[in-house]
Design a protein around this ligand. Sequence first.
Ligand code: ADP
Ligand code: MG
Length: 249
Amino acid sequence: MEGKVVLKVEGLNKSFGPTKAVVDMHLEIHPGEIHGLIGENGSGKSTVTSMIAGCLKPDSGVMIMNGKRHEPKSMLEGRASGICMLLQEKGTINHLTISENIYLGEENQFSKGGIVNRRRMNQAARKVLESIDLGHVEPSHLIDELSFEDRKLVEAGMAMKEDPKILIVDETTTALSQKGREVLYRIMSQMKEKEKSVIFISHDLDELKQVCDRVTVMRDGAYITTLSGEEITVDAMRHHMIGRDFSDG
Ligand code: ADP
Ligand code: MG
């Protein structure tokens, strides 16, 4: 896989009014890697990944995916090109059942003559639930009945169902228990096994050290460095994030 790149970001800029959120950012994502993205609060991580996912339009700069210009105009277009994003906030819809959430907009595949076969839809949803260790959960129940954590996992299952090329995990683990985190780590390693990639945003440096193949550090909207393998230590990450040796005081 040496030298191969699934996504390349070059000279990316994004401002919100006077705030320069992302400045001349570059980033390369390899197939089959878990790529950490770190930086202090407000350093531009979510803005970069939102542009990659199609939720935000860059002011300038280029994104290349598998050798072609990547210019998604919406999250839907981002998804169509193989990018799925898990957000920190709630990504599922209240007052719908779990299976309705999982197959929202895709009910057609279970319908005949305009009538959705709920039994088949629930059966398919059960498979998704099993993949995230929620096989005991009844897909015909309202999503509202699930805990925040289980809803996050459902969202992860929904993303995996799309067979994404790149999965973006933006601080999802922060709100999860160890058990929930482990389901997410398993999903991330499944991505790797399939030679797919994960962009993983987290504040937990120990967690990053354990799961990431490479880690890119941002500061003030800009690219600082990319660490790989043995270079990924808690001290090195912290040092690059704050821009000086933290032991200097
Ligand atoms: P991070 O994810 O690293 O915490 P963000 O990308 O969310 O950082 O934010 C980068 C900067 O852009 C911050 O100064 C933030 O306040 C600002 N920002 C982000 N989104 C918006 C927005 N929608 N409107 C105005 N400012 C924003
Ligand atoms: Mg963020």
